[in-house]
Design a binder for this molecule. Structure first.
Ligand code: GLN
Length: 476
């Protein structure tokens, strides 16, 4: 029997080489677990029927002496990343039976390494949300308390890893969609520097914010997946190479800046989260990190900036789903009616809301008042962060203002948007950020996880992995 609960990518890989088990055994163990748990958790929208064949091929490659870090490792893929010949729907009715005609760059890279794709995972429709409650295919449940949300939008990918239905996963993060569910489910999720991982083959939400992000049980696993998929790509002109940014020099003793103004302000943060954050920072102090108070004047405006830029970009990106080129088509008496019927039937409520907001902030007369201003604040934020990173190596905040909420509790969209307060800034500024588990709080007899978020300057993913791994080792 393979003990899935203690397995990490690094340990599984070693055991595959040592022939403790085969890739087929490993894949079968995950398929069994999926069979037992997926009906309740709804992490996967589809489990592929050729998983064991994929695993057999990996075994042949292992026997042939290949040793890629992800060879034979079973992964879950968010339903907005294209795998050639397989369905991909962004959890939307508009793309219900859409089949991808090419591989996303990250998928080609994973295929080259011989990773196994278990299936595609549930998400908020077109990645719009923070709870996977906006999926057209039902909510994904939190394994720590199935009455609560898993977070989102990469809820399915995160639950797959947290509940041992996959060893690692890919999600996408436009404003926190990898980090927030990772915090809610007690695992690790990161977003890279904008452009470090190709977006080719990722369905676009907010193109200047979107990043594919790795998800794993440990920081080391996340680093392994990151290393496998990062890199400049001719198919995505926004990608950058490792030396694009001049790296800020690291202090010998890493300095962590904390924007106490933001954390102590009235941001809807729960008492438990504040306590957990303070205690976690104490642990970092004991590990030898220096903690400093920093002031980031404009960070208070991040959420407003995000909820202007993101819908503006999303509304233009989603214009392509017109019923003519992709997916669902409804016939009206003329073209306009075709559009209205198709979009009305294909898009869920939150997607329609964001298209409306986006179209509004871009419309003549409002463009300067909203979109133009948001762009100005975006560049001040970028300057402010560049300045801050001259004095500190990392910036820490809680990942979320509270634990996962009960399913259905945040039906008012604004209250759900507020949960993104700490995560959106990294996307606006384009810097890398990671969420790592920071312990549990007990609520109504259930232990619910929380996460701490670290942001680093452009290109300094290495600092995030360093701080994360030190913390993990200490907490073992
Ligand atoms: N929760 C955020 C939103 O609703 C983030 C989404 C994301 O990162 N894809 O927009």
């Amino acid at each position: 029997m393979i003990d899935l609960t203690t397995l990490s990518i690094a340990s599984a890989r070693k055991k595959l080489d040592e022939k403790v088990f085969s890739a087929v055994d490993l894949a079968q163990a995950y398929l069994n677990e999926i069979k037992n748990k997926n009906a309740e958790l709804n992490a996967y929208l589809e489990v592929y029927d050729d998983v064991l064949e994929q695993a057999k091929k990996a075994d042949t490659r292992i026997a042939g002496g290949e040793s890629y870090p992800l060879l034979g490792i079973p992964l879950a893929i968010k339903d907005n990343i294209l795998i050639k010949g397989r369905k991909v729907s962004s959890a939307s009715k508009i793309l219900e039976n859409y089949v991808a005609s090419y591989d996303a760059t990250v998928i080609s890279k994973l295929k080259k390494q011989g990773a196994i794709f278990l299936g595609r995972t549930n998400m908020d429709e077109f990645a719009m949300g923070g709870a996977t409650e906006n999926s057209a295919y039902g909510v994904t449940r939190n394994p720590h308390d199935t009455g609560r949300v898993a977070g989102g939008s990469s809820g399915g990918s995160v639950v797959a890893v947290a509940a041992n239905l996959a060893l690692g996963a890919l999600g996408s993060d436009t404003g926190g969609s990898v980090r927030e569910p990772a915090a809610f489910c007690g695992i690790v999720g990161m977003k890279p520097t904008y452009g470090r991982i190709s977006r080719h083959g990722l369905m676009a939400m907010g193109s200047s914010l979107d990043c594919i992000g790795p998800i794993g049980k440990t920081v080391q696993d996340v680093e392994i997946i990151y290393n496998a998929i990062e890199g400049k790509d001719g198919l995505d002109s926004t990608t950058i190479s490792d030396d694009t940014y001049v790296k800020t020099s690291q202090k010998k003793e890493l300095v962590i800046g904390v924007p106490y103004d933001l954390i102590n302000g009235d941001r809807g943060m729960s008492v438990e989260t504040k306590e957990n954050f303070t205690q976690t920072l104490e642990k970092f102090k004991k590990l030898g990190f220096k903690i400093e108070n920093i002031s980031l004047k404009n960070i208070n405006m991040s959420l407003a900036v995000y909820y202007i830029i993101m819908p503006a970009e999303a509304s233009t990106n989603l214009a392509r789903f017109d019923g003519v080129r992709y997916g669902l088509h409804k016939d009206g008496s003329n073209l306009l009616e075709d559009y209205m019927l198709t979009k009305g039937a294909g898009f869920g409520k939150e997607v329609r809301r964001r298209i409306l907001i986006g179209t509004y902030v871009l419309s003549a007369g409002y463009y300067d008042a909203y979109y133009g201003k948001a762009q100005l604040i975006r560049s001040s934020l970028q300057k402010e962060f560049n300045k801050a990173f001259k004095n500190v190596d990392l910036i820490a905040t809680p990942t979320t203002p509270d634990v996962a909420w009960k399913i259905g509790k945040k039906s008012d969209p604004l209250s759900a948007y507020l949960a993104d307060i700490f995560t959106v800034t990294a996307n606006i500024v384009g810097i890398p950020a990671i969420s790592i588990p920071s312990g549990f709080v007990e609520i109504e007899g259930k232990k619910l996880p929380l996460g701490i978020q670290f942001m680093a300057s452009h290109g300094r993913e290495d600092s995030l992995f360093e701080v994360g791994q030190k913390f993990e080792i200490k907490n073992k």
